[in-house]
Design a protein around this ligand. Structure first.
Ligand code: HEM
Length: 470
């Protein structure tokens, strides 16, 4: 392992050199490394199963910004050129569908906003969008600050906490309260265990040589179904409570969705309602929790940046609670968040499936080929970012994020299927960090850097234990 400037460890052993050695005239050809039987049959699948980040990083470094590769039976193209990514996500988006998430996310996410396509997706997006409108987002600030304060008040000076677990718990409470007006105080353990099972089994199926349906009983699919059953019970409780309480006169997201739940008028079926609520509950807490976790890691590594952020909080807030109106004044904190999302994008890769034979970045792609877009790879591309492996919040100063070429910074994806919760997540991150930092901070307990693990999302493999400091 080697430690990087961003304070994580990467595996470099066994990687091919980034620039292939040049052959001099008269020199014997360098023998190609032997491919194992598993590689011949599975293409890049064995390396994908072992370390996805290393595989994608290597492919781009060795072969450029559009690299065809194969994962078992699936043909894929790793695309890292912002202009070409933009074409796929934005200009030519109608030519592409989604592949892995609908394939492996089946019984958990169903046909929710993440996975649905066509008219169903349009309808779901139209119904859900108002809850994420700028004017609505501002009203969530009190919930965000309240739960962050409660979390900070429950930690004692000097104790060691797994910040990854703490952030999961905090963001889960926030999303349930803000979007569904529900309290999940008693559910942390159940959701944590269920999501762990779901995550492990989805990740295992993502690396399987032949994609197999969930109905095939393997230890991972059994675990997945158990996890989904538990999550279902929680989501159903949100819905039942709202139905019994009535939706008259209420305009929060759950009321809107429950109000649209009407099979007879061709509205949203019970199943659709469940899929939608589940998608927002799962998608709305896990990613933001990880983004916050990585930000705490970076701040714990850089006391100078931490001190400057605190100075900004003192100057702007002068001891009072932050509100959504303060966000635009907390510029350094916002830059830190942008830099954290660049180095550790919780959604480290996503994909688009070719719907009919076409050409992308000069490559002929057959129907069914999967275009893989990796924020992890693009954000660490030396042709786009100066000293890309380093944590340098100052690179975002003066609103630089708006001056970047489109699709060279894409923690939230892009085009019509851009993350619906991006404004929610950014507001939540600023308010949670500000509220906690007004009370305490975290310091490293170990010099061993966290190892980023790319399962469904990007997490620190062994959690993130940090010590609470006043
Ligand atoms: C830092 C936090 C977050 C990150 C990094 C993130 C990342 C992403 C990305 C990359 C996509 C696009 C995937 C694709 O194109 O295939 C996406 C979509 C989505 N996200 Fe987020 N997300 C975050 C927070 C949230 C929150 C807070 C919510 C809801 C409360 C949410 C709900 C969704 C939904 C429903 C979609 C699917 C949108 C559609 O296809 O129309 N996300 N997210």
């Amino acid at each position: 392992m080697t430690e990087q400037a961003d304070g994580t460890a990467t595996r470099t052993e066994g990687l091919a050199p980034v620039i292939p050695a040049q052959r001099r005239p008269g020199q014997a050809p360098v023998p190609r490394p032997r491919r194992s039987l598993a590689q011949v049959l599975g293409g890049e699948l064995p390396e994908f199963a072992a370390d996805r980040l290393a595989l994608m990083t290597r492919l781009r470094a060795e072969q450029g910004d559009a690299v065809p590769f194969r994962l078992g039976t699936v043909r894929a193209l790793l695309l890292s050129d912002p202009a070409e990514i933009d074409a796929v996500l934005v200009r030519r988006n109608k030519e592409f569908g989604k592949h892995f998430l609908p394939l492996v996310g089946g019984s958990l996410l169903g046909q929710g906003l993440f996975t649905s396509t066509g008219d169903l997706w349009k309808r779901e997006r139209r119904l859900t969008q108002p809850a994420f409108h700028r004017s609505r987002l501002a009203a969530y600030d009190r919930v965000m600050v309240r739960y962050a304060r409660e979390a900070a008040d429950s930690w004692a000076d000097g104790e060691v906490r797994d910040v990854c677990d703490e952030m999961m718990w905090l963001t889960m409470r926030i999303v349930a309260a803000a979007l569904f007006d529900a309290d999940v105080a008693g559910d942390a353990q159940v959701v944590g265990d269920a999501m762990e099972g779901v995550r492990k089994s989805l990740s295992a199926r993502l690396s399987a040589p032949i994609p197999y349906p969930e109905a095939v009983p393997t230890p991972t699919t059994v675990r997945l179904r158990r996890g989904v059953r538990r999550m279902d019970a929680i989501v159903q409780r949100f819905i039942d409570e709202r139905r019994s309480g009535g939706v008259e006169g209420r305009d929060d997201l759950l009321s809107v969705l429950v109000g649209a739940n009407d099979d007879e008028t061709g509205g949203m079926s019970d199943r659709q309602l469940r899929d939608e609520v589940m998608t927002l509950f799962v998608g709305g807490h896990e990613t933001t929790a990880l983004a916050l976790t990585w930000t705490w890691h970076l701040l714990a590594q850089r006391p100078d940046v931490l001190a400057a952020v605190r100075e900004e909080l003192d100057r702007v807030l002068d001891g009072r609670d932050a509100t959504s109106d303060d966000v635009r004044s907390l510029t350094l904190l916002t830059d830190v968040i942008h830099e954290s999302l660049r180095l550790f994008p919780p959604v480290y890769a996503f994909d688009r499936k070719v719907l009919a034979d076409t050409t992308v970045a000069g490559h002929r792609l057959r129907k069914g080929t999967v275009v893989v877009i990796s924020p992890w790879v693009v954000h660490r591309h030396p042709g786009i970012y100066d000293r890309p492996e380093e944590f340098r919040p100052e690179r975002w100063a003066g609103g630089a994020v708006r001056r970047l070429q489109r699709s060279s910074y894409l923690p939230f994806g892009g085009g019509p299927r851009v993350c619906i919760g991006n404004g929610f997540a950014e507001l939540e991150m600023v308010l949670v960090l500000a509220t906690i930092l007004q009370r305490l901070s975290f310091e490293q307990v170990s010099l061993a850097p966290p190892v980023p693990e790319a399962s469904i999302t990007l997490r620190p493999r062994d959690g993130l234990p940090l010590r609470v400091r006043p």
